[in-house]
Write a protein that binds this ligand. Structure first.
Ligand code: PMP
Length: 416
């Protein structure tokens, strides 16, 4: 992830103009201006996405791939245009490598259920890391239970890094797959996915990268990473819910069995037997999330119009400032201080449960997340049951970082 490649001067990134694109950010909560710091869970939507979806329903909506009439052809053009938009966004070789799913969770389950079931055998190994989201753990555990494979876990260092030495010792000719997050949703650590992939390929393993927390914060190039699968969810990229992406290398997708059976994924059907369409249709049974795909394309247009390098540079400035302010508060423990990192700050406050922090902050209009963040093994690694997490998006400001720190100081004073 080439974060901050061409850093634009902060003055060229007009965050107030950007904020004006997000209607929801203008509202008040408990009588206070909303300070939204939970974009890692789901990002707010700009008017450009909202209007695109609305206009699509009002003027171009029909089912895709089926109708011989103008409207259906038009909707199909928009849906397939969204696929091409995602292809260019990830720099995939062809749009045939882009499969629309419901989200990252479904994308990973698709790989486990198709490539996984068809490929792995008892005794094979899948390598994960200790900082994975449950959605990049549980599907592999289900596969392990079914196929008798072994899961190996790369430990996370005290500062939140991927432990490279352990990784190298875990890789072997038994490794079939390495499944890693590009960016940790708890620590913000950016993993060296390009090097991870090269090392995995050297032992003949495939690589799946979970890019949920990476795509909103920097340029992603699947050809440069050279991974075999890359997944993300539209809703964290300022797009609609219900739409996600699986990138897969074309040769792999062709060899993989289908995921679900039904309409649109077949070449022919008879009671004697059916044959499958080529990818991506083979993996998109049933009516897809048409308007959501169109909305995702609008979200990609939106972030590209701002420039992902500029977004990354802006967020880095705000996150660094917020980190300094939080670190100065008595009793605050920051989890994940390793560089490089993206837009997430996880912390605890001595003597106060993270849920209480989040509840008190909410009364101040500051929306953060508290809990295990679907990463219970990582919580165990750090000896906590939960953390408070502030996550930043392209619309957050230094003033909001101040609001967070000021509110936290109040919590500290009450409980300290
Ligand atoms: N992976 C990571 C790193 C995530 O942060 C999330 C969402 N919190 C997911 C996977 C799952 O995404 P979704 O719920 O949109 O399928």
């Amino acid at each position: 992830m080439n974060v901050v490649l061409q850093t634009l001067p902060a003055s060229l990134y007009d965050v107030n103009r950007v904020r004006a694109d997000f209607p929801l950010l203008g509202r008040k909560v408990h009588g206070r201006p909303l300070v939204f710091l939970d974009s890692a869970a789901s990002a707010q939507k700009p008017v450009q996405v909202i209007e695109t979806v609305k206009t699509f329903y009002e003027t171009e909506y029909a089912n895709v791939h089926r109708g011989a009439y103008w409207l259906s052809e038009q909707a199909t053009r928009r849906y397939e245009g969204a696929r091409e938009k995602v292809r260019a966004f990830l720099n995939a070789r062809t749009a045939r490598e882009i499969i629309f799913t419901r989200g990252a969770t479904e994308s990973i389950n698709l790989v486990a259920a198709t490539w996984g079931r068809a490929t792995v055998q008892a005794g094979d190994e899948v390598v994960l890391t200790g900082l994975e989201h449950h959605s990049n753990i549980v599907p592999w555990q289900m596969l392990a239970a079914e196929k008798g494979i072994v899961l190996k876990v790369v430990p996370v260092t005290e500062d939140g890094r991927f432990d490279w030495e352990s990784y190298e010792t875990l890789l072997s000719s038994r490794t079939r797959l390495v499944a890693v997050a590009h960016v940790s949703n708890v620590l913000g650590t950016i993993l060296p996915v390009q090097d991870i992939t090269a090392a995995a390929h050297a032992v003949g393993a495939k690589v799946l990268v979970d890019g949920c927390q990476a795509v909103p914060h920097g340029v992603v190039d699947v050809r440069a990473i050279d991974c075999d699968f890359y997944v993300f969810s539209g809703h964290k990229l300022y797009g609609p819910t219900g739409i996600g992406v699986l990138y897969g290398r074309e040769a792999l997708l062709r060899a993989m069995p289908p995921y679900q059976g039904g309409g649109d994924m077949i070449a022919s059907v008879s009671f004697e037997g059916s044959t499958w369409a080529a990818p991506p249709q083979k993996f998109e049974a049933g009516t897809p999330a048409i308007a959501q795909a169109v909305g995702l394309a609008a979200a990609i247009d939106y972030v590209e119009s701002l420039g992902l390098e500029s977004i990354a540079a802006h967020e880095t400035t705000v996150v660094q400032y917020a980190t300094e302010r939080l670190a100065a508060i008595k009793g605050v423990r920051l989890l994940g201080t390793a560089k490089p990192k993206a837009s997430v700050i996880s912390f605890t406050l001595a003597g106060v449960h993270p849920h209480d922090i989040a509840t008190i902050l909410d009364r101040e209009g500051v929306a953060i997340r508290a809990g295990h963040h679907c990463a219970q093994p990582l919580m165990q690694r750090f000896g906590v049951s939960a953390t408070a997490r502030a996550s930043f998006g392209l619309y957050n400001t230094r003033a909001e970082a101040d609001a967070l720190a000021d509110a936290l100081e109040t919590v500290q004073r009450i409980f300290g």
